[in-house]
Design a protein around this ligand. Structure first.
Ligand SMILES: *[C@@H]1O[C@H](CO)[C@@H](O)[C@H](O)[C@H]1NC(C)=O
Ligand SMILES: *[C@@H]1O[C@H](CO)[C@@H](O)[C@H](O)[C@H]1NC(C)=O
Ligand SMILES: *[C@@H]1O[C@H](CO)[C@@H](O)[C@H](O)[C@H]1NC(C)=O
Ligand SMILES: *[C@@H]1O[C@H](CO)[C@@H](O)[C@H](O)[C@H]1NC(C)=O
Ligand SMILES: *[C@@H]1O[C@H](CO)[C@@H](O)[C@H](O)[C@H]1NC(C)=O
Ligand SMILES: *[C@@H]1O[C@H](CO)[C@@H](O)[C@H](O)[C@H]1NC(C)=O
Length: 615
């Protein structure tokens, strides 16, 4: 009996270890376990060290008022790196249409051009002084071609940080697409907020935008932003507000109206403008021919409206188009009259062509009281004001420019493919503080299984694990019970046999003792050794796959139309990039035709208006 008893601890050990093994495995799918439930969560933690879901970030403005058609609030941007020039600080305007960064090149400030040229142009980016600059070629931006404002410049890749470096409110992208431009269509650089990839035609793959890169590197919770341009006439100046991956809830009056992205992705932020009305002046209806589809685009300052609307504005405010200046210039006496009259102008916009829900955005007259600068007017001319209105030749030119975003707050969500436009708030305590709200991508929702790539599979694996564990436990329990029963049976049998044998042996022993014979040896049963340290090994193979991107674009290799500035030759500096503009083909870049995932490609019919006369 003794020898059989000695086997029992081994059975107990086996059972305990088996149970431990199972419970360890099942803890994989137990949410209450300290082990993170989802392998994706682990990756997120490692990547961001900010918790699994990053927060929206509000970018601090530069605190400058500048531009030659403003004043406008700009944002700080650092471009480049290296020992030669170090980080280069420039200031940029926010563009809701551009997909890349446009900087001003040293060629944009030729000798004797204008006093303090680099400063008044928001700072230059000297690409030859950045050790990380990867030059490519010269391209047209492909943007605002419908307004006759296409520009071109050197394109390359470099590190770019939006916001002051080290301020804690900045975002860096190591591989940003950067235009380095000389012409004066855009007096100050531009930061493109549009997350569609840029297709540079001679690349096999489209170039990921700043916003997409930030999302892929898990620095922002979604490909979305909130923006308002700010203005200098309210509260002694309220700077622009830009939030990446969310919005600043303190800057606008919320409304329930949501606009879907327009079918033409190059005019995605289009709204239906139902009416324009003024509180003072006649006629009060400033959009006599009714509803139009119009694109919200902060790249340009003006409102581009139908000619009938422009005529109504002319009549209501007594303004005249200056064909030499290509603007509605305002004389100082007219300006005084209009400022005193202080007419409010209300834009009624909605997602439907007619009817349905609408939002009213009211602009005070001050929003239209903007000033021109060099080179639109000559260096020594006295200050000139203009009314930011342009006659659109046709519907491709209808645009609500930056002027509109002085009083409107825009939230664009590129994942849900919708946006909202709200009237800004001008209460001092609200404007001076922030209420940053994150827009969370469904790609980051840990309870969602609608993920496009890696995580859905990982989650599926988790569920499979828990199902397997349950099945395993059931089977193991049955097998275990059966095994014990079987073993008991065998041991009983063996015991009985042993007893019989022992009895026999004892009999023999007695007989041997009697006969002086050697006692035979009975070996002890060997205990079953468990070859298992109880450790569960599992592999996590979560993979964060980049979004598959599909885009296209058209090349126009016949375009050489680079506008040289004031007879200056546009010659690239050394470093193997001394290409003369005249001998370099300029490719028309239709980067804005590239798509964000899930977007159907539709091409814009872009047209040139032949508008010029800048220099
Ligand atoms: C970079 O280019 C600028 C303007 O073209 C020139 O003045 C400067 O010397 C160049 N710097 C270097 C390091 O090549
Ligand atoms: C502008 O004025 C300055 C001094 O008042 C003068 O030196 C300069 O030549 C003027 N420039 C032009 C283009 O008239
Ligand atoms: C986009 O649509 C969702 C619902 O589908 C809504 O909750 C959200 O507020 C909308 N976003 C904007 C910016 O309008
Ligand atoms: C995640 O998704 C679930 C269901 O799809 C939803 O109920 C929940 O609110 C989402 N959570 C977040 C943070 O979006
Ligand atoms: C980029 O544009 C070119 C020219 O239209 C096109 O051939 C190419 O396929 C595009 N690249 C991608 C990845 O779509
Ligand atoms: C729209 O107007 C522009 C500028 O005049 C012109 O170039 C273009 O052909 C027009 N487009 C259409 C579709 O009529």
């Amino acid at each position: 009996m003794k020898k059989v008893d000695s086997r029992h601890p081994n059975f107990a050990l086996l059972a305990v270890l088996a149970a431990a093994q199972l419970s360890h495995a099942s803890s994989l799918s137990t949410p209450s376990s300290s082990r993170p439930r989802n392998p994706w969560t682990i990756l997120m933690r490692r990547d961001t060290e900010k918790g699994p879901i990053p927060e929206a970030l509000s970018i601090a403005p530069s605190q400058y008022w500048e531009g030659n058609d403003g004043p406008w609030s700009t944002f700080p941007l650092q471009v480049g790196s290296g020992a030669v020039g170090g980080l280069q600080n420039v200031r940029v305007m926010i563009s809701t249409a551009a997909t890349a960064i446009w900087t001003i090149a040293s060629e944009g400030c030729p000798d004797g051009y204008v006093e303090q040229c680099p400063t008044v142009r928001g700072g230059l980016f000297l690409r030859n002084q950045s050790l990380t600059w990867v030059p490519d070629s010269i391209y047209q931006t492909g943007l605002e071609t419908n307004l006759g404002l296409d520009s071109s410049g050197y394109v390359g890749y470099d590190v770019a940080t939006l916001g002051w470096q080290g301020s804690g409110a900045e975002m860096t992208n190591e591989h940003s697409i950067i235009w380095n431009m000389a012409d004066s269509n855009y007096w100050i650089g531009v930061f493109g907020m549009n997350p569609r990839p840029t297709n540079l035609t001679d690349f096999s793959s489209p170039q990921t935008s700043f916003m997409q890169s930030l999302f892929h590197s898990k620095n922002i919770p979604s490909v979305s932003y909130g923006y308002t341009a700010g203005n200098r006439y309210r509260l002694d100046g309220v700077y622009g507000s830009l939030t990446l991956g969310g919005y600043d809830g303190n800057r606008f009056i919320p409304n329930d109206v949501t606009f879907p992205f327009y079918e033409d992705i190059s005019r995605d932020l289009s709204v239906n403008l139902h009416a324009i009305a003024t509180s003072k002046g006649a006629p009060s209806n400033l959009l006599p021919d009714g509803s139009i589809s119009i694109f919200i685009d902060s790249t340009v300052p003006e409102l581009w409206l139908p000619e009938s609307a422009c005529a109504a504005f002319e009549e209501a405010f007594g303004i005249q188009y200056d064909d030499d200046m290509n603007r509605y210039t305002i004389s100082s006496s007219t300006r005084q009259r209009l400022l005193t009259q202080d007419a409010g102008i209300t834009f009624m916009i909605g997602p439907e062509v007619n009817g349905g829900e609408t939002v009213d955005i009211t602009l005070p007259y001050s929003a239209f009281d903007l000033q021109l600068g060099f080179p639109i007017i000559s260096v020594n001319s006295s200050s000139r004001y203009y009314f930011p209105l342009q006659r659109a030749a046709n519907s491709t030119q209808y645009t609500l420019g930056r002027t509109f975003l002085q009083e409107a707050y825009l939230i664009a969500d590129y994942e849900r493919q919708n946006f909202s436009v709200s009237q800004c708030v001008w209460e001092e305590e609200k404007v001076s503080s922030q209420k940053v709200v994150s827009i969370i991508s469904s790609h980051l929702n840990t309870s969602s299984i609608s993920l496009a790539d890696g995580r859905a599979k990982v989650e599926g694996k988790d569920e499979a694990v828990s199902r397997a564990v349950i099945a395993g436990v059931a089977v193991a329990a049955v097998v275990f019970v059966a095994l014990i029963g079987l073993m008991m049976f065998f041991f009983r049998r063996r015991n009985a046999a042993r007893k019989r044998r022992q009895a026999e042996l004892e009999e023999q022993e007695k007989a041997a003792r009697r006969a002086d014979h050697v006692i035979p040896h009975i070996s002890h049963p060997v205990g079953g050794e468990l070859d298992n340290d109880g450790a569960a090994v599992y592999e996590i193979s979560a993979r964060s796959k980049a979004h598959e991107i599909d885009s296209h674009c058209e090349i126009d290799r016949n375009k050489y139309g680079y506008s040289e500035m004031q007879g200056q030759e546009f010659i690239g500096p050394g470093k193997g990039f001394a290409t003369e503009i005249g001998s370099t083909a300029i490719y028309e870049l239709a980067g804005s035709d590239a798509q964000v995932p899930e977007l159907e490609a539709t091409r814009a019919g872009r047209q040139r208006s032949g508008r010029g006369g800048f220099i």
